[in-house]
Every structure is written in C-alpha cells, then in structure tokens.
Design a protein around this ligand. Sequence first.
Ligand SMILES: Cc1cc2nc3c(=O)[nH]c(=O)nc-3n(C[C@H](O)[C@H](O)[C@H](O)COP(=O)(O)OP(=O)(O)OC[C@H]3O[C@@H](n4cnc5c(N)ncnc54)[C@H](O)[C@@H]3O)c2cc1C
Length: 399
Amino acid sequence: MYDVAIVGAGPAGSTLARICAKNGLNVIMFEKKKEVGNPVRCGEALGKVELINQNLELPKECYSLEVRGAKLYPPNKANPLVIEEGGYVLERKFFDKWLAELATKEGAKLKVYHKVEDVKVRKNHYTLNVKHGGRKAFEVDAKVVVSAEGMEALIARKLGFPTVHKPYDVDTCYEYEVIPYEHEEMIELYFGNEIAPRGYVWIFPKKDKKANVGVGVGGHITTNTKRGNLKGADPKYYLDKFMEEHEQLRNSSTLLDFGGVISVGAPLKSFVKGRALVIGTAAKQVDPIHGGGIALAMQAGYIAGEALVKAFKNKKLEESFLKKEYEEKWKSINSNKLQKRLVLRKVMERLGDDDLNFIFKELNKEELHNITKENFAPAVKKLIMKRPSLIKVLSALIS
Ligand SMILES: Cc1cc2nc3c(=O)[nH]c(=O)nc-3n(C[C@H](O)[C@H](O)[C@H](O)COP(=O)(O)OP(=O)(O)OC[C@H]3O[C@@H](n4cnc5c(N)ncnc54)[C@H](O)[C@@H]3O)c2cc1C
C-alpha cells in the first residue's frame, strides 16, 4: 500500500512526487512513455518565476538558451511590441528527466513504460491497474491517487473529473524544430487572422542557430485552404504558409516535426474528489493567452504536494481538507488572474487585423506592462478614445 500513486511523470507529477517523498511519504509514479520527457511535444518556453519560487537551479543541460524577452508582431509585422522579461527555451527531454530524477533522489519510486490502464475506487484507497509495455497488467494500491496525465487525462475522467474539452477550448498546434535560424535571443510571437486564427505563431530561439517554430489555432476554426474548406483546424497549413512567407525559414531544414493540442479554456471547477487529486494540464491549469502550462503544472504539483504532506501528518485525508489545502490555495493565487486572461483571449479573437495593427501601434511600454499584469483599464480607455468603434469589443476588459 503506497501513500501516493501518481499517474504521469511530467512537470506536475515529478514536482508533487519530489515534495511528498522529501517529507517521508511512500510515493510511486508511473509514466507510460519509455523515457521521461521523450518524445517532446512542446514549444519549451519557460519563465523564471516558478523555478525561483521552488528554489530550483536549472542545470545547463536542461535549457538550450536564456532569452532576453519577447517581441510581439501585429498582422502587418510592423511596430512589434517588446516585453523585456528573461526566460528559458528548455530542452524538455532533459528538463523533465531532471525533475523526475530530483523526485527519485528524495525517495520516490518511478516506473517508465508503465501505463495506468484503469483505477478502482475502494473504501479508503485506490487500486490502479498498470501495464508494463505489452505485458500482463498488475495491480497497485495507494491511499491517494494523483492524475498528472496532461491533456489525455483518461484516468482523471474515470475518477469522475470532466476532462473532455470542447474544440473551442483548445488550440491545435504544429511545430518544427528548424535550423538554421539567426535570432536576437528574443522570443517572437506573430498574431493575425490570416497568420493564426484565434492563436499565434511562435519562434522560440535555441542555441546553435536553431529554433522551435510553431503555431496554435483555435480548435473550432475551419481552415480555408486552396483545396477547399477543411472541417476543423489544420495548424500545419498555417505553419507551412508562415514558413514559406518568411525569408529565413523558407529554406531552413527541420530537425523535429510534431502536432499537439493545448487547453486554453478555464481550469476544472474542482481538483479534488475523495482522495483523488488532479494537477497540471490534466486539470486544465494552463494560461489561456499563450497556452503555457509548464510553470502552472509545477506550481500545482508543489501546492498539492504540500497539501498531501500536511494531510498525512495530521491524518486528515478527507476531501474537505484536501480541497482547502490544495484547491482553495491554488485558486486564491490563480483564479482571478486566469479569468481576466481568458476574457482578454476572447476579446483578442474578436479583433480584425486592422484593429490589431492599430492597437499594436498605439500601445506604449507601460501600457503593455500593465496588460501583462491584467491591468487593462489605462490602455483600453486610450484606445477607445482614439478609435471609438473599439468600444464594442474592448469594453469587456473593463466591465
Ligand atoms: C505544441 C505544444 C507546445 C507547447 N508549448 C509550451 C511552451 O512553450 N511553454 C509552456 O509552458 N507550455 C507549453 N505547452 C504546454 C505544456 O507542454 C504542458 O502544459 C505541460 O507539459 C503540462 O505538464 P503536466 O505535467 O501537467 O503534463 P505533461 O507534461 O503532459 O505530462 C503528463 C505525463 O503523463 C503521462 N501519462 C498520461 N497518461 C498516462 C497513463 N495513463 N499512465 C502513465 N502515464 C501517463 C504522459 O505520457 C506524460 O508524460 C505546449 C503544449 C503543446 C501541445
């Protein structure tokens, strides 16, 4: 009987495993892939804040490049807005493995190539049905189960969490790692309805003149290609078009090629059910503006880990205690901010390219900084004064 069984060794699961094991809990973590962090399905951008909060020093092999900030381009690609805030472009196959290793060093047990196929709710524990590769399944018992499964979240669904997404609440993505790409050690983001409807193209620079170039488009978008209208979004179509129109990227080689889906709606309403917890992207804890989920996954792993340590120490494994210590704490830090950012995303998707060009041209550094801190009012007032027709869309940001 384990204290805690974790499904998935991504940033969320490994962080929770580390915190629980460090504080004496008996932890097992299952990862269905043959190797933690590989294959990579991520743009690999990460800010510094969560690493600092968790007192983690990122080893050199875990990141490719330290970036100085971000350049945001409007549809006409003139007047980019600049955000000066340092961060990393990771090498996730090393980063995820590092986080998992830290957990094992604290005493957590990790089993890769082990897929949790099913879960049964018992009176005071859970029984996981686990399969190692193609072998016969076996059973594992644990007092607490944590779903850190990322987007699929099938075990969380079996536990009763509503993890299915509507197409509108996801961005479908496509990415290439390219070489060569000359860059300024700045992240580049490109917006526009022709470039990436309800999303953006990203160029995340890496060392040795490499870059991750990707696109996310609204999952509900019908793609208008030369071959006719495709039902559903076709991110590869937008990415290939962007690459073809880009002087440098047109002739670059690709080193990696993959598609994926990111949650960009609201988080689940509840993250705890009995003694089952859901953390990270499985709980839809993702930034709705840019789809970044690594930092939020690590943060949820940390908060939920501390909640479990406290619950075991005080013999209070009941749902109400776990909700108070994990769910309410997480919400008090994130809900207000993420809700405002979701409104901003919904406003941005209603803006035409001409309005976007205008807004990018008008915003100054201070207004942009305020927007990144969810203080929209000063910028909105100015923009509406200068272009009154914007009131229809932008007023949602100040109501
Ligand atoms: C194309 C793309 C680009 C992205 N770019 C960025 C970015 O630049 N920056 C950023 O912050 N975020 C980005 N994200 C989002 C980010 O990858 C996720 O939010 C983040 O990885 C969430 O961490 P997690 O630990 O919750 O889940 P994951 O990292 O998805 O880890 C979940 C793990 O659980 C395993 N698993 C699932 N089911 C089972 C099972 N039944 N049994 C055992 N193991 C299981 C999976 O194999 C996986 O390893 C991107 C996502 C996509 C798709």
